[in-house]
Ligand binder design. Structure first.
Ligand SMILES: [Zn+2]
Length: 699
């Protein structure tokens, strides 16, 4: 609806090529003509919901014709007539997909959701048809087999090898029976994943801690109580306060509630989700998922599902993951044990007369935090006015890479709230366009992310410049104050902008890239280090009323708080990561009692009784989805970003030589080169974990 109004306005001021607002025929579909916009950005002001379906259909049709032409080519297969041709195919489909899926995240409505439901399975089928096309694979295989003598450069070789590998991993070299079984396994796995999620949601929603005696709220801050009233109102309960096992409801209760019995009730309800032998039980489902994955991996020629998964990651193999996790585990457990001692001392001093249990951790950790690390977000916010933080991000990008930014007005935007900037290289050349859309609204999903309306490439011999879309859900302005961000929101903006830089500074030929979850967060997480560096804070964190830079004592508190509760954070996380690895390194299907398996695994690593893994098996939905044998990836990336930033600490904060190397060896080639090669080219050696241990206080 909104876009129709915009189109009408646009018509009134001319420049829309005389289209009428109701005309959504093929001729008027903006996806089918030159956009005629600055920098060729998408003509958001002329795109209407009704344009998507015809554009998707035409896009798929065009790509099918292109694929048929590749397969029917009478010439022998070459890199250019097969691999590059495949990379070039589907231009229109890519254009419409990127716009459409960006809107599903940040500016959706009922109509878009309807289209999404209809188009998602059709797009999946379209992709499958290409990825399972045996004639296409036969040509790819010829090029692959002859790759050594084809004179290919690094990017071409990487693209070819990964593309070939993708087909093989989808079963391209299996015989018919094996392919049929693989298809069955995949279908069953996707069904089980849905069932697991449904059960977990039902279990999470089933439990409510209903407080009716006001005395049981002792210790809870006003805001937490208000939320509990609102939750009760949604349940149509009067004179009651309701807390749930959703983390935003549970964690504040565990942190502040003085009533120990209620903390135990709520925490226990959280940890038994999916493990109550009722109709929502997830134990048998997880066991079947694990066993099917083992079968799938073996069918495809791998020792275990972890071997299969890690082949395409920077880690490469389970041994490398264990090597890292074991070292971190050894460093973290003693720190967690010291935290236990510290909290037990508080319990004893208060005459508690009990031993610290898992449901006590948040409550006593908060007491430690208050006594030793007290950092009040409301004290910080006046120094984090949104535009100043954004300018801080731009400052860092300028100091590192020489980029400059200029706000653009009168541009088509994915939403009127977005800001648009043109990005320039240090020599004044155009580098990119970036949209920044900061605040929540009903049409936007939660969280923060950075997408691309267009990725840099020169697949058709013409340089295509990137168009980036950064979306967040930050604190909004009030009547009295501008938007003042929390510390967490500040690091989020730097983080997402790191993803943006990965796109802005890309310098590649082809459109196809291969990324790995254990590497993809390096460009984003490294930016968080500059966000909180004292020298950088002094530049951008200035008081929105007085312009005074943030005082040294607040900076000191921020620095100190980075080590708070890290023993717990790491042990809780690493226990779940190791559990994930234990399941996925099994090499034979077995009768799997997941509770017994989980207990044995935790006993073996020596998990302390005061901590429960961040996810127990029956609610570990990361590993029913894309994080199977991949939950370790967060800390793997952590090792990389701390070690990468150490390269600047060893030289200087904005050392030009180091920045150039990071740009050339990592950002410019991201997704088109071997991950370890990229790393070593930047750092001169393999990653080391000491910088992470040091920064988190684990040494
Ligand atoms: Zn990220």
């Amino acid at each position: 609806m909104r876009r129709i109004i915009l189109a009408a306005v646009c018509l009134a001021v001319a420049g829309c090529g005389g289209q009428t607002t109701e005309d959504t025929s093929v001729d008027a579909n903006p996806f089918f003509a030159d956009y005629g916009t600055p920098f060729n950005v998408h003509p958001f002001d002329r795109i209407d919901e009704a344009h998507f379906m015809p554009a998707f259909e035409k896009g798929m049709e065009e790509q099918n014709i292109e694929i048929e032409a590749i397969v029917a080519n009478p010439e022998p297969p070459t890199f250019d007539n097969t691999i590059a041709a495949l990379d070039r195919s589907g231009e229109l489909l890519g254009e419409v997909s990127r716009v459409f899926f960006a809107l599903t995240g940040s500016n959706t409505n009922d109509e878009i959701q309807e289209i999404q439901k209809e188009i998602a399975p059709r797009l999946a089928a379209h992709r499958d048809e290409i990825q399972l096309n045996p004639e296409l694979f036969a040509r790819i295989k010829v090029v692959y087999d002859e790759r050594e003598n084809a004179g290919l450069n690094r990017e071409q070789l990487f693209l070819l090898e990964n593309l070939y590998q993708r087909y093989v991993r989808n079963g391209a070299v299996l015989d018919d029976d094996e392919q049929a079984r693989l298809k069955e396994i995949n279908q069953r796995l996707s069904q089980l994943r849905v069932d697991f999620g449904k059960n977990l949601l039902a279990e999470t929603n089933a439990f409510k801690l209903v407080v009716t005696d006001e005395a049981d709220l002792a210790g809870l801050p006003e805001g937490v109580i208000e939320t509990a009233v609102a939750t009760a109102a949604r349940e149509e309960l009067e004179n009651a306060w309701v807390f749930t096992t959703h983390k935003p409801s549970m964690l504040p209760f565990l942190t502040y509630a003085e009533n120990r019995d209620l903390r135990e009730q709520l925490f226990t309800a959280y940890t038994v989700r999916g493990d109550q032998n009722n109709s929502n039980d997830n134990k048998a489902i997880m066991a079947e998922i694990i066993n099917l994955r083992i079968e799938k991996a073996r069918l495809l020629g791998y020792d275990s599902f972890a071997h299969y998964t890690l082949e395409t990651r920077m880690a490469g193999a389970p041994e490398a993951v264990y090597d890292l996790l074991d070292q971190l585990w050894a460093a973290s457990v003693p720190v967690a044990e010291r935290e236990v001692v510290e909290m037990q001392a508080i319990i004893d001093a208060e005459g508690g007369g009990f031993e610290l249990a898992p449901w006590d951790w948040w409550y006593y950790a908060e007491k430690v935090r208050k006594a030793q690390y007290d950092l009040d977000d409301n004290e910080l916010r006046p120094y984090f006015e949104r535009s100043r933080v954004r300018d801080g991000v731009f400052y860092v990008a300028n100091q590192l890479y020489g980029l400059t930014f200029e706000e653009l007005h009168d541009m088509p935007k994915p939403h009127p709230d977005a800001e648009v900037f043109e990005v320039f290289e240090s020599d004044g050349e155009h580098a990119a366009v970036i949209y920044m859309d900061y605040h929540p609204r009903e049409s936007k999903r939660g969280g923060a992310w950075c997408g691309r309306f267009r990725s840099q490439n020169r697949a058709n011999g013409v340089e295509v410049d990137p168009v980036i879309n950064l979306v967040t859900n930050f604190t909004t302005a009030t009547e009295d104050t501008p938007a003042l961000l929390s510390l967490d929101e500040v690091t989020t903006l730097f983080h997402e902008f790191g993803h943006a830089l990965d796109g802005i500074l890309a310098d590649v030929t082809y459109r196809t890239s291969f990324r790995s979850t254990d590497f993809a967060e390096l460009p984003s997480q490294i930016m968080e280090h500059w966000a909180l560096h004292p020298e950088v804070l002094k530049v951008y964190a200035t008081h929105y009323q007085t312009n005074e830079p943030i005082p040294d004592e607040l900076i000191a508190k921020i620095e100190k708080s980075s080590t708070f509760n890290q023993g717990f954070n790491q042990v809780e996380y690493l226990a779940a990561s190791l559990l994930d690895m234990e399941y996925h390194t099994l090499s034979e299907p077995t009768e799997l009692d997941v509770n017994a398996f989980e207990k044995a695994a935790m006993d073996e690593i020596g998990l302390i009784p005061e901590i429960v893994p961040r996810y127990r098996t029956t609610y570990f939905s990361h590993i029913t989805g894309g994080y199977a044998a991949g939950y370790y990836g967060y800390i793997w990336s952590g090792v990389l970003d701390h070690d990468a930033f150490a390269a600047f600490e060893e030289t200087s904060l904005f050392d030009q030589e180091t920045a150039q190397r990071f740009r050339n060896e990592v950002l410019a080639v991201s997704g088109t080169a071997d991950f370890m090669d990229m790393w070593v080219a930047f750092r001169g050696r393999e990653p080391e974990i000491e910088p992470l241990l040091r920064n988190l206080g684990l040494q």
